[in-house]
Design a protein around this ligand. Structure first.
Ligand code: 1CP
Length: 356
């Protein structure tokens, strides 16, 4: 696997895809069945991932295009998903902006130096940051080459607000109260930070698309920590800028967890699709978006621990409720590590064998 080192080369963007269900769904074109992939589909529930994980630390896996490619392809080969998502992390952006990020086993990400005020914001790398992420573009190019048109490749980034959470708080949190307090007490510094992240993310996603990503997803994992009004101020307006700058180059999926109150506003951004968590119904999501946009989701990831017969039944019901057109089957958040591989495969197979 490692002998390909240094041989990555960009491939032609318009290489034909053998399975273009995801792109068709994103463009609102007719499909015979919906496409399926799973958020965090490459990861700890796969023994093949654990094997690579036991040999290389997190950022070595992320920064070595051959390793990132091998991990990205695993769910396509093992589970049979209709798309690959590049193996990386949202926190490579704060890293490229000059902040140290440690990935501690069992504890998740830790940023030893956090943003405390305007002085810290002013020291971040902005204009040049996307140049520090060449390894992501190389991984995308290599992945496209290895996929050889089998399925589309999804690029991604964190939303500015979700990245601010980690850059200010320094670690994961249930409430991100330090990050929210920073926004309330230092609005000028917080908007300067959100704007800097936005600028970097636009350049970063455009480079991912240039390297071969067929579409991109923006993860606003912590958007749901705000009420509707504050979400508009601290998250939505930056998502809007990113979608607007990127949408002409590739379709953008916006996944904002816990943000049902703003689905119509997210639809207005020009996103090709909206990702949904499981805390509301398909009928409500369709009504809120007037049946006019592709929706993605929204199976409760914990439900993958149920017996396989129940998973099959649930998938059938979920497709019937969302409808086959303008729909991408997915989980409502990332897959959890304790899910048996067989159950993940059942989820995907149930979509592939869906019958009206
Ligand atoms: O070594 C490991 O297995 C550590 C676990 C892990 C993995 C597999 C981390 C640490 N990141 C990743 C990869 C990753 N992260 C992907 C891979 C592509 C795929 O989906 O297959 C993606 C899309 C992400 C995105 C990501 N990272 C998000 C947004 C999605 C979400 O789940 O909400 C977030 C919030 C992160 C931060 C992060 N990185 C890792 C962890 C454990 C976390 C969450 C920390 C927290 O709880 O706050």
């Amino acid at each position: 696997m490692l002998e390909a080192a240094g041989k990555t080369r960009p491939i032609k963007k318009n290489q034909p895809l053998q399975n273009d269900l995801l792109l068709k769904a994103l463009q609102g074109e007719h499909v015979d069945r919906p496409p399926v992939w799973m958020m965090r589909q490459a990861g700890r529930y796969l023994p093949e991932y654990m094997k690579i994980k036991s040999k290389y630390d997190f950022f070595t896996r992320v920064q070595t295009p051959e390793l990132a490619t091998a991990i990205t392809l695993q769910p396509v080969d093992i589970i049979g998903t209709d798309a690959a998502i590049i193996f990386s992390d949202i926190l490579v952006v704060p890293q490229a902006m000059g902040l140290e990020v440690e990935m501690n086993e069992g504890k998740g990400p830790v940023l030893p130096f956090t943003i405390q005020g305007m002085k810290d914001v002013e020291q971040l790398i902005v204009e040049e940051a996307h140049f520090h992420l060449q390894y992501v573009y190389d991984a995308i190019s290599l992945c496209k080459q290895e996929l050889n048109g089998r399925v589309p490749l999804i690029g991604f980034a964190g939303s500015p607000w979700t990245l601010l959470c980690y850059m200010v708080e320094g670690k994961g949190s249930k409430t991100f109260d330090k990050a929210k307090t920073f926004c309330f007490q230092q609005p000028e510094a917080s908007h300067a930070l959100l704007q800097s992240i936005t600028t970097v993310t636009i350049a970063y996603l455009k480079e991912q698309i240039r390297a071969g990503a067929d579409c991109v997803q923006l993860f606003d994992s912590w958007g749901g920590l705000w009420d509707k009004e504050d979400f508009a101020v601290f998250s939505l307006q930056y998502i809007e800028q990113i979608v607007d700058a990127v949408k002409e180059e590739a379709p953008v999926i916006v996944y904002a967890k816990g943000v049902w109150h703003s689905l119509p506003e997210l639809q207005q951004t020009g996103a090709a699709a909206l990702g949904l968590d499981w805390c509301n119904t398909p009928q409500t999501a369709r009504a809120l978006t007037q049946n006019k946009i592709t929706l993605q989701g929204n199976y409760d990831p914990v439900k993958l621990l149920q017996p396989v017969a129940k998973i099959k039944e649930d998938v059938q019901q979920m497709i019937n409720a969302f409808g086959v057109q303008r729909y991408i089957v997915n989980l409502g958040h990332g897959i959890i590590p304790s899910v048996p591989v067989e159950h993940a495969r059942t989820f995907v197979e149930a979509v592939k064998s869906w019958k009206a």
